[in-house]
Design a protein around this ligand. Structure first.
Ligand SMILES: CC1(C)CO[C@@H](CC(=O)O)CN1
Length: 431
């Protein structure tokens, strides 16, 4: 009679063209987690968690209509899972009207860290601003106090740069110029050269990154006197991929030369200790093997590393379902004291909604994506990974734990000129 079923809504970006189709790997990962939590006798005993999934195509309009379908049709949903920053913005802004917690496994936009606009939003996906304390830490480590910024004119990068500027000011690091471009970076790169920029933070999607790198080659803003910070979640050989298809007028050889030595920062989405047992009893490696099997059955050629979109973020979706199950378990125990039950929830029931909110807010566990915990803004607290492109391959230089202000460093960095590049032209006084 369904009296023991707890329903949640799932909005995944599967098809569609624009944005991020990460639901392709994140939905299967969420289903694996449902399987696992429903098997646990110590979690929500006597109840089954059921996920009602729909495709948003990473389109906010479609995401909104899918959300209305979920909410205007029985059974009552207890909370919503969603992906894509644009869809999460729409869903999380509306969800408060239904007293629903929203858990986003695939939304990086800094704008979502706003309790006024999104009072019930939590994310297992870190905000793009998580890179910034790491960038500052590296600038201080190498003595760079004069840096430049080059960004694509996209909302996520605009708000990330605002956060970076604030942190640079606090750290006494001068931003000598901030250049942005819509689609052609040539003028912006030329302005970097004019300002004698040497240490440059680049914020753009991977297609724009290839255009920038070719421009950097042509204007010779690379080599021993320059350090580029790029985003680390592009595919590994991004700088030599799709050159013909995207009309990049540099050869793979030229792109490799321009790319040599650049640094990257990215949020860790897979537990860095790959054979450490997590809350599900699985290690990250075991999770990866299980996910690969499911994706192969779905027709993805995993053996040739043809991963579906969202593969990198799959642990975030898996852990999101665990966060829900643990929070519901806590809420159920709390409600039982008053003879209440999660099944009593309806969209006007503010007190149960508040119970669910505070349960999620205090949820903390070791997941496949590492320690899962949320800030007061509902943001994911995450480690960042630092790498450098050395001879065309990414080498792990270290990790940064912002909360503990702890930089794990392996001293593997290689500088083209054999020493750390300067952040400005040094004028030597001839005495
Ligand atoms: C690291 C990335 C690719 C950043 O964008 C996220 C999608 C989004 O923010 O819309 C997914 N994960």
């Amino acid at each position: 009679d369904g009296s023991n079923v707890l329903h949640i809504g799932g909005i995944f970006p599967i098809k569609g063209k624009g944005g991020w189709q990460g639901g392709q790997a994140c939905e299967p990962a969420a289903n694996l987690a449902l399987e696992d939590v429903n098997k646990r006798k110590d979690l929500l005993p006597g109840y089954v968690l059921k996920l009602h999934s729909n495709d948003s195509q990473c389109d906010p309009g479609l995401g909104a209509s899918v959300m209305y379908d979920l909410l205007y049709n029985e059974p009552t949903k207890l909370m919503l899972l969603a992906g894509c920053s644009t869809v999460c913005t729409t869903v999380a802004e509306a969800a408060k009207m239904w007293n629903l917690v929203v858990l986003c496994y695939g939304a990086s936009s800094p704008a979502l860290s706003d309790r006024n606009r999104f009072p019930t939003l939590f994310r297992t996906h870190p905000s793009a601003t998580v890179h910034n304390p790491t960038r500052i830490k590296l600038m201080k480590k190498f003595g760079w106090s004069r840096v430049a910024i080059l960004q694509e004119a996209e909302e996520v990068f605009i708000s990330t740069v605002e956060d970076l500027e604030t942190r640079c000011k606090e750290a006494g690091i001068e931003i000598v110029t901030r250049q942005s471009f819509l689609s052609d970076p040539a003028d912006a790169v030329r302005n970097l050269r004019r300002q004698d920029a040497r240490i440059i933070v680049g914020l753009f999607y991977v297609v724009a990154a290839r255009k920038v790198l070719c421009e950097v080659y042509k204007q010779q803003l690379y080599g021993r006197s320059y350090v580029w910070f790029f985003i680390g979640w592009y595919e590994d050989d991004w700088f030599v991929n799709n050159l013909q298809k995207e009309n990049i007028n540099c050869t793979a050889h030229e792109m490799r030369i321009a790319a040599e030595g650049h640094l990257t920062t990215e949020a860790l989405m897979w537990n860095q200790n790959r054979n450490e047992k997590t809350i599900s009893g699985m290690t990250a490696d075991e999770f990866q093997n299980r996910l690969n099997k499911v994706l192969k059955n779905d027709g993805h050629d995993i053996d040739h590393k043809r991963y579906p979109e969202g593969y990198q973020e799959a642990p975030l979706a898996y852990d999101a379902v665990w966060a829900v199950a643990l929070a519901f378990n806590k809420t159920m125990n709390h409600l039982h004291k008053y003879g209440k039950n999660l099944k009593d929830f309806n969209y006007n029931n503010k007190e149960i909604a508040d119970d669910i909110y505070s349960a999620i807010n205090s949820t903390q566990f070791l997941g496949i994506s590492g320690m899962v915990a949320f800030s007061s803004q509902g943001d994911r607290i995450a480690l960042t990974l630092i790498e450098q492109a050395i001879n065309g391959n990414y080498v792990v230089l270290g990790y940064f734990d912002t909360q503990a202000d702890n930089l794990t460093w392996y001293d593997r960095e290689v500088w083209i000129g054999g020493k750390v590049p300067q952040d400005r032209t040094i004028v030597r006084k001839v005495l």
